[in-house]
Ligand binder design. Structure first.
Ligand SMILES: Nc1ncnc2c1ncn2[C@@H]1O[C@H](COP(=O)(O)OP(=O)(O)OP(=O)(O)O)[C@@H](O)[C@H]1O
Ligand SMILES: [Mg+2]
Length: 293
C-alpha cells in the first residue's frame, strides 16, 4: 500500500462511527406552520422565522409545502430553477433543488399550478422522506409552510413535523378552523404537541382572548392542552414587504411585527421540547405514510 493509501486507512480506523455513517443526528427540530383557515399569515411567518433563525446562526431549511400553489418563492422574490415537483418526478435530487435565500436560509421551493402536486401519492410521500433523510447537510431547524385546509397533504406535512405551530387570527372563522384542524390531527393522526401563535392581533389582550377560547375548547372537548407561543400584531408593513417581494425582517426590521417575530423565534429556541433532548424523536418515521393514507 502506498503512503497515501496507508494514511487514508489510518484515518478511517480512527474515525468514530457517528462520522463515518454521515446521516442526520436526529436533533433537527422539524416544525410545521399550519392553520386550517387560509390567509392568516403562515407563509409570511414561516419565511421570516426561517430568516431570523439563519441570522442567529441556526442552520435552517425552509420547506414550501403548499405543494401545488407555491408562495415562498414569490414573497422572497426568487425564481428557482427546480422545485419539489422535479424532486418527486425523480429528475433532480433534493440538494439540487434546494436554493439559498436571504440570510443564508436554505429553501426547498414548491411548484405552482401543477394539480397533481396538490395531493401527493403514497410513493411521492415516501420519496420525499427518503430525500429529506438523505440530505448531506445537518439542519438545526426545518420549517414547513403548509397549505390551508385539512386535506391529505396538510395532514402529511404536519405528521412529518415533531412540533406544530397553529396560526390563528382573532377572526372567529380562524378560531373554528384552527380547532377543526387540531381535532383532526389529534383524533385521526395522534398528533399531540400544538402551540398557538396568534397573528394580526390588535394587542396582547386580544391575542390572549384567542388563546383562552381555543385552549378552553381543546381542553373541554378533546381533553388536550395546547401551549401559547405568543402573538404578532397587525402591521401594514407586512403587506408592504410582500409587495416589495422582500422579507419583513429584512425590509422593515424595526417594525412592530418584525420585532415580535424575533422575540417569538428566541422563545422558540429556548423552548426545546424535552424529547429532542433525550433523542427519542426519530428523524423521519415512515409509518406516518400509512397513517396518512
Ligand atoms: N401581522 C400581519 N399584519 C398585517 N397583515 C398581515 C400580517 N400577517 C400576514 N398579513 C397579510 O395577510 C395576507 C396573507 O398572508 P400569508 O400569505 O402569509 O397567509 P397564508 O396563511 O400563508 O395564506 P394561504 O393559506 O393562502 O397560504 C398577506 O397579504 C399578508 O400581507
Ligand atoms: Mg401560504
Amino acid at each position: 500500500m502506498d503512503q497515501v493509501g496507508m494514511l487514508r486507512e489510518m484515518k478511517t480506523k480512527m474515525m468514530p462511527p457517528a462520522i463515518m455513517q454521515k446521516r442526520h443526528n436526529g436533533n433537527t427540530r422539524v416544525i410545521a406552520v399550519t392553520s386550517g383557515k387560509g390567509g392568516v399569515g403562515k407563509t409570511n411567518i414561516t419565511a421570516n422565522f426561517a430568516y431570523i433563525l439563519s441570522k442567529i446562526g441556526k442552520r435552517t431549511l425552509l420547506l414550501d409545502a403548499d405543494a401545488g400553489l407555491a408562495n415562498i418563492d414569490v414573497i422572497l422574490g426568487i425564481t428557482p430553477k427546480y422545485n419539489l415537483h422535479h424532486v418527486l418526478r425523480g429528475e433532480k435530487n433534493l440538494s439540487e433543488a434546494v436554493v439559498e435565500g436571504p440570510g443564508g436560509v436554505k429553501i426547498l421551493p414548491a411548484a405552482s399550478g401543477i394539480p397533481e402536486m396538490a395531493e401527493l401519492s403514497k410513493g411521492q410521500k415516501f420519496t420525499l422522506l427518503e430525500e429529506l433523510d438523505g440530505l448531506d447537510e445537518d439542519f438545526d431547524f426545518m420549517l414547513i409552510d403548509t397549505a390551508a385546509g385539512i386535506a391529505g397533504n396538510v395532514m402529511y406535512f404536519n405528521m412529518v413535523a415533531g412540533e406544530i405551530i397553529v396560526v390563528a387570527s382573532p377572526e372567529p372563522t380562524s378560531l373554528t378552523d384552527a380547532y377543526a384542524l387540531i381535532k383532526v390531527l389529534y383524533q385521526g393522526y395522534a398528533a399531540r404537541r400544538f402551540t398557538l401563535l396568534v397573528n394580526m392581533a390588535g394587542d396582547s389582550n386580544e391575542a390572549g382572548e384567542v388563546y383562552s377560547r381555543l385552549s378552553n375548547a381543546t381542553n373541554h372537548f378533546l381533553d388536550l392542552p395546547i401551549e401559547y407561543l405568543g402573538y404578532i400584531p397587525h402591521d401594514r408593513n407586512v403587506s408592504k414587504a410582500v409587495k416589495k417581494q422582500k422579507l419583513l425582517s429584512e425590509a422593515f426590521p424595526d417594525s412592530k411585527a418584525s420585532k415580535s417575530m424575533s422575540e417569538i423565534v428566541e422563545e422558540l429556541c429556548r423552548k426545546q421540547p424535552k424529547d429532542y433532548e433525550d433523542g427519542t424523536i426519530k428523524f423521519f418515521d415512515r409509518s406516518i405514510i400509512d397513517k396518512n393514507d
